[in-house]
Design a protein around this ligand. Sequence first.
Ligand SMILES: NC(=O)C1=CN([C@@H]2O[C@H](COP(=O)(O)OP(=O)(O)OC[C@H]3O[C@@H](n4cnc5c(N)ncnc54)[C@H](O)[C@@H]3O)[C@@H](O)[C@H]2O)[C@H](O)CC1
Ligand SMILES: [K+]
Length: 503
Amino acid sequence: MKILSAPQIREADAYTIAHEPVSGLLLMERAAAACADWILRRYAGSSRPFYIFCGPGNNGGDGLVIARLLAENGFAVQAWLVAAGNVSPDNLANQARVPFLQKINAPADFPHMEEPGVIIDALFGTGLNRPLDGWVAGIIHQINDQRGRQEIIAIDMPSGLMADQSSKGHACVHARYTITFEYWKLALLLPENGGFAGETVLMPIGLHPAYTAAVQTEFHLTDMEMIRTVYRPRDPFAHKGTYGHALLVAGSYGKMGAAVLAARAVMRAGAGLLTVHIPRCGYEIMQTAFPEAMCETEELASHSAHFDEPFRLRRAPDYDVIGIGPGIGTDPSTAKAFERLLGHWQGPLVLDADALNILSKWPSLMPLVPKLSILTPHPKEFERLFGAAGDHFERLALLRAKAKEWQWYILLKGRFTAMACPDGSVFFNPTGNPGMATAGSGDVLTGILTGLLAQGYGPKAALILGAWLHGKAGDLAAAISPESLIASDIVDYLANAYAEIQQ
Ligand SMILES: NC(=O)C1=CN([C@@H]2O[C@H](COP(=O)(O)OP(=O)(O)OC[C@H]3O[C@@H](n4cnc5c(N)ncnc54)[C@H](O)[C@@H]3O)[C@@H](O)[C@H]2O)[C@H](O)CC1
Ligand SMILES: [K+]
């Protein structure tokens, strides 16, 4: 699914008006009716009053139509026009159809909302081009002060949030739900700003499909259509060699769990064969916990070091992919062995956790990481590797720049994990939940990606499918309680996540 900028959304709007054709007023009616339908379904049978705040532009126009439609459906509705800026023609036309409309010209006009109800925020949408200030910013704060008593629903965007720029530190409505029209906006996907949106509901409003098909964008959100395009069903004549042989380098004394979790995920993702390279101290653990994996071990002087000096890729030509990092530590001898591995291996590679920490500690190793490798940092690891950014839009720019500069695929973990490709495109992943912020969850992702590459998926397809499967398995596992989710559950539910694609 394409993510468009505010100017592109305006173009989509104009294209639809010209080519459907449809008047702007009717398009507004259609968008607002879709919102009103959603609201009517959510509050069916409730007697909660609606308090609707409308701005001067077309977002305010949507609010006016919603006010009229909710009143027609028998709800108690009050609506205010916040007179701040030039009134758009379609807004003006709809003002005339809301006889109960009141005006707010100053903070002192802010109403007392007697009963707990629902605030509809239709002040500003994608037309906002600078931070809100003065008394209008004050109105935003007054709306937010109502959060405990009133449920807040933002129309298209939480007011104050800019679609394509950081709104860090700006006055923004803090919504429980945001009903956004037709396309996701970048701001809704970045943690710093997206938090204002609450739960985002994507609402189709019938913008012209020819525009959407033709428009160029670097930003995408994974959806089921994309997953079904990427996913490759198994060949009925397959044998275990068909799905590749992965090498996983993971674990150390006290951290064999990371190796076991990643190993199980490699196989549950569908790899044909797996060899794990572990320190000798982890041999019994791995063979007992996960008999499906073959083990390659080293006798070590120190249990904290992952490799001793003679480590080399004895069977390198046999492997289709190497995944390295979970729980290996950053001992200098491990870093040395990692350097040797990079010197010998130009094939598909997944780098996570301590492999990334080694790169941050010894940046001179970075040029040895082959092009088209996959790196999977969490925000702290990303910062250690590539430096800090002032805000999350800047961090997104840095992510894209680094993926281009090094020709790597870089997956930055988060609520909407962002995956930057060497060509500058970025794919956001929508699946997953806060229950997955738990020890070992990242090790499982490394395993899944390694397992997909082993089967012959290209790095881009592996990222899109792998991040989606990981989040979907987490969502299915968290259905009862996100608090109790542990990383093994994500592995256990991978089969169910695959089943969702096959439905
Ligand atoms: N394309 C669609 O999907 C449809 C969108 N609709 C709705 O229209 C808005 C966008 O409307 P627009 O009139 O362009 O902008 P806004 O209503 O968001 O705001 C413009 C309004 O605000 C003033 N303004 C801008 N910045 C500031 C500021 N910092 N301080 C004060 N005032 C400001 C500006 O001067 C204008 O007066 C979209 O979000 C949807 O909700 C259609 O209804 C259906 C099709
Ligand atoms: K809004």
